[in-house]
Design a protein around this ligand. Structure first.
Ligand code: HEM
Length: 199
């Protein structure tokens, strides 16, 4: 048991197998929506599920940086800091930026598959809540790929720069990460508001 869960790959596979068992047991889980295995509604739902999985990883890591890693750094002795800056942060940033991209791609695909991508992006009435959520998340994803990641590469020493540039890059990455944390609050509200709030 312990050996099984020491493998992340096996753990994720077990999660998918468990999902399939639940789906087979519940059977008509998509019955009310009229979806049939493999039809368009079913694929749109799968895309929506992949979208939420990606989004949870992205925003989970964003909040990890802001709630855990950054506030902990001043409390860590200097000689131990490389464990974070050389090992933990690069790995977290890998999953952070790719889950951000995956969230964007799956989010745009699910909107397109459900036939309202253009209207949502134009903030048309009826889909303006999800549209605002999408625009906020797109700005956040832009920040991840074009501000946070390039500056983190300098701050973590992945690319070599002068000490002044390194300090400036760390400041810029940190501030943009904070801006994204702020944006995540209204973004998630708008993302889930479409169904219930009637914005
Ligand atoms: C640019 C990025 C994003 C785009 C384009 C986008 C797009 C969308 C769209 C179109 C839907 C509605 C799907 C449907 O019609 O069923 C949706 C739902 C959802 N999204 Fe996003 N999204 C983005 C980012 C995020 C992020 C970062 C999260 C964080 C977890 C997230 C979480 C969710 C959730 C939980 C739902 C389900 C809402 C509900 O059922 O009420 N999205 N997203």
């Amino acid at each position: 048991m312990g050996a099984f869960f020491s493998s992340l790959g096996k753990t994720i596979t077990a999660g998918v197998v468990l999902l399939v068992i639940i789906l087979l047991a519940v059977g008509a889980i998509f019955g009310d929506a009229g979806a049939r295995l493999g039809d368009h509604v079913w694929w749109a739902f799968v895309m929506r599920w992949l979208h939420v999985l990606s989004g949870v990883m992205w925003i989970g890591l964003l909040w990890y940086f802001n709630f855990v890693q950054t506030p902990s750094m001043p409390k860590i002795p200097d000689e131990q800091k490389p464990a974070v800056s050389k090992v933990i942060a690069p790995t977290a940033l890998f999953w952070f930026r790719w889950s951000a991209l995956s969230t964007v791609v799956t989010g745009l695909l699910v909107a397109s598959m459900n036939g309202y991508l253009g209207n949502a992006l134009m903030l048309s009435k009826g889909v303006h809540a999800i549209g605002i959520g999408m625009w906020l998340a797109l700005i956040m994803a832009f920040n991840v790929w074009f501000i946070i990641w390039p500056n983190q590469k300098k701050a973590l020493g992945i690319v070599t720069v002068t000490p002044e540039e390194k300090a400036a890059a760390a400041k810029m990455a940190g501030m943009t990460s904070r801006i994204n944390t702020m944006l995540s609050i209204p973004m998630l509200f708008c993302m889930v508001a479409q169904q219930n709030v009637g914005m």
